[in-house]
Design a protein around this ligand. Sequence first.
Ligand code: NDP
Length: 502
Amino acid sequence: MGNVTLKETYGLYINGEFRPASDGATFETKSPFNGQHLSYCAQATREDVDDAVNAANEAFKTWKNVPVKDRAKLLNKIADVIEENAELLAAIESMDNGKPIRETMAADIPLSAEHFRYFAGCLLAEEGSAQFISGSSVFGGDALSLITREPIGVVGQIVPWNFPFLMGAWKLAPVLAAGCCTVFKTSSDTPLSILTFAELTKDIIPAGVFNVITGAGSKSGQYMLEHPGFRKLAFTGSTEVGINIAKAAAEKLIPATLELGGKSANIFFEDCNWEKALEGIQVGILFNQGQVCCAGSRIFVQDTIYDKFVEEAVKRFNTVTVGNPLDPNTQMGSQINERQVAKIESMVKMGVEEGAHIACGGSRYEEGELAKGAFFKPTLLTNVTNDMRIAQEEIFGPVAVVIKFHDEQEVIDMANDSEYGLGGGVWTQDINRAIRVARSVETGRMWVNNYNNIPEGAPFGGYKTSGIGRETHKEILNHYTQMKNIFIDLSEAPLGLYPKKF
Ligand code: NDP
């Protein structure tokens, strides 16, 4: 396929070596857009997870003391390697995931490289603090309080299939920057880009610092959750599994950062920039086939422009180029697998039963090449109210509901009437209104006159059931480190609390 030659089998990456699972078990990975066999990967056993955690703990003893300058250099070197191998990584990602090559080349891979560079910069700029405490009421004298941060230890990181490489970079760059070691689990739907990355960085990242586990979440992932050797867990995926991660962390009394589901509001006022806004609907729900946790899946359109705006959006949705992800002209590729297509289909059916109208799309492709893969048509559902299940539950596909609103307060109330709070967008030329709405919507990220931009440096994470913690920003370093205080008494004389009696 393409110019990429995949290996017949990929092992687990533990302590700087690739090796099969301890019981030799493998699983097959296939391309979602044509069902073609790609490779076999190892299904990690409990023993393998144990070996990976032990290797990480051993490596941590050295890695935590590597000078900041050297760690920053290493992060920049990783960024170089990603850039030098961008075409290879992008092709593998598109083959394994089904997302268009124009997206992997323009977003997933370059954003990942930039992520490593950003954290190299943060690392070099990191400073501790010192406070001079004068005349403390307890001991009377002067003291110096030094505050530094130390790496938290070995982290268990689990990423999903929708952005296998980019989510990898979001987790791996700060972990390395912080001086932690990781046991990193890919989704069994998309293991190939991270395994390729492990091969490419084998001589750069010291053995044991970065270990890769592959295998089903319910087995290999579950073994990670049950392992006592982690000091922190980090997860991106469904809210359901996220709750399990939080429980596993609670039982170990360790922290967990979670980036979970969403049902984000994309709000269009009558004074929006028409062409840009119509593109914004598409970017919001069609980027990555709508398999985006912050997808603009609840579209709110002001009543004064509703009919014309929706008519125009439907025309655009009907003319999106859906096809082979490796074709640079493809605008939308395939969903991740048949299971996901079936889920989307059943949710659309549920919406129709609730009274929604299919304005465009609404089904998989029944004929031609696209019928052979996990493709779903770009879909808009109208005649929807915000209380319907189709407006409240995450679909994770190229399907958005369109809801009419009359005024600002009404749309803010509807936007907030959701258990989620991850992303959101507001489209208006009125700067005051944009800021009012952006501040009022209970969500970790609001885009104004754009959508789905996720550059490093801008913090990303959820309110409500959308998660805990912020990634893509130096803030995440606080989660991979812990505070150390060194308290220095500057006085010479004893306190006099136990005067000498002899
Ligand atoms: P999951 O939450 O099940 O998968 C995410 C990751 O967790 C994968 O690596 C998975 O491994 C792993 N995992 C699954 N179960 C366990 C477990 N018991 N212990 C440890 N790790 C586990 O998402 P799904 O793939 O099942 O998708 C279901 C829905 O979740 C989607 O329809 C979508 O709504 C939402 N989702 C949200 C994402 C987001 O970015 N917020 C990303 C993906 C899905 P493996 O894949 O190998 O089983």
